[in-house]
Design a protein. Structure first.
Length: 95
């Protein structure tokens, strides 16, 4: 019986291990978990985990200090474009 051997190119192995290194340390479930995982992966690939964490923490503080803004963002009757406009306005004020 002849044993089959698999050969992988070095590039394929490196891509796989590199992609695995960007995975979140903990798998979260549900829609919140999917978004959290996507943000973590994107920030990791951009080498910006600390920056993104800081920005998210700052945004969370804004939502805590401004319940009206948090309510505005959570309101399903407000069009997404208006929410994006207001968040971008907030972001531009921070720079």
């Amino acid at each position: 019986m002849q044993r089959a051997t698999l050969k992988f190119s070095a590039a394929a192995v490196r891509q796989f291990s590199s992609a695995a290194s960007h995975q979140p340390p903990k798998k979260l479930h549900g829609i919140n978990g999917r978004y959290a995982g996507a943000v973590y992966t994107a920030a990791s690939k951009a080498s910006a985990l600390e920056k993104v964490e800081g920005e998210l923490m700052a945004f969370n503080e804004v939502l805590k200090k401004s319940p009206a803004f948090a309510k505005f963002l959570a309101n399903p009757t407000v069009p997404r474009a208006e929410k994006v406009k207001q968040v971008r306005l907030w972001c531009s004020c921070r720079r």
